[in-house]
Design a protein around this ligand. Structure first.
Ligand code: ATP
Length: 242
């Protein structure tokens, strides 16, 4: 069997906020069609990793390979056009705009006609959004806003969807729904997903490959079924969760 092609390779990635180094020589890979997750506590560097790959950090060091390009030399807007959508922590939907207008903005790099067609398809994953299409985004629940942020990300037609803590501020029942949806979307859209998450149990449930990050370093990696059984992950990330 041929090995699965790699979509994203990150090599020796370091990034700092002034004198504070937040990432230390991070290495990871996302294969085509894979869901990879990065687990880590508060302040481990997960958001910084997402920001560095989206062109939002100043002078990150290291190398990346994504469809023949190094993301570290690209502007944030070009990274979106080139096939990476970043759903930020806290969702960042436009509270005053309707659900529909938020979705349209997700496709700002693409022809409007194509985007309108895709909005229908993306809404089929999230019927609750369809019901609330004219509602202002700020009136949605946390879980619904997360669905909107994911749907908006999909409208740039990414090859790689990066999600920063999609479980944050979401009611438990919707967390399960959203994480299961991610798997369905990955299968249906021929997408790869890189997910950073504090809720290790949820992330390990849907991801294929996992990385554990502590103080800006990857300290452990492996297929998620193996990681779930490892003592380190059991004690540090799974024992306090239900
Ligand atoms: P959380 O789950 O709380 O979002 P995280 O794993 O995403 O945490 P980061 O937000 O990437 O972690 O933070 C990594 C380190 O960088 C932390 O030590 C944090 O204090 C520091 N840091 C993050 N943002 C800034 C900033 N704007 N200026 C200075 N230091 C920062």
């Amino acid at each position: 069997m041929l090995p699965t092609p790699v979509l994203l390779t990150v090599e020796e990635l370091s990034a700092s906020y002034g004198s504070i180094q937040a990432l230390h020589q991070v290495n990871l890979q996302v294969e085509e069609g894979q869901i990879a997750c990065v687990l880590g506590a508060n302040g481990a560097g997960k958001t910084t990793l997402m920001r560095a790959l989206s062109g939002l950090m100043e002078k990150p060091q290291g190398r990346t390979h994504f469809q023949g390009r190094d993301l570290l030399s690209m502007e944030a807007e070009d990274i979106v056009k080139y096939g990476i959508a970043h759903v930020p922590q806290g969702r960042m939907v436009f509270a005053q705009l309707s659900v529909l207008d938020n979705l349209k903005l997700g496709g700002y790099t693409r022809p409007a006609k194509e985007v309108l067609h895709d909005i229908d398809r993306v809404l089929s994953y999230f019927p609750r959004l369809k019901e609330r299409i004219a509602q202002r985004a700020g009136t949605l629940s946390g879980g619904e806003q997360q669905m909107l942020a994911i749907a908006r990300g999909l409208l740039s037609k990414p090859k790689l969807l990066m999600l920063d803590e999609p479980s944050m501020g979401v009611a438990p029942i919707l967390k399960e729904f959203i994480f299961e949806k991610l798997r369905e979307i990955r299968n249906a859209e021929n997408l790869s997903i890189l997910l950073v998450e504090q809720d290790a149990a949820l992330a390990l449930q849907i991801a294929d490959m996992g990385y554990v990050m502590e103080t800006g370093r990857i300290v452990l990696k492996g297929p998620c079924d193996e990681l779930s059984r490892s003592d380190v992950v059991q004690q540090a990330y799974l024992s306090t969760q239900n």
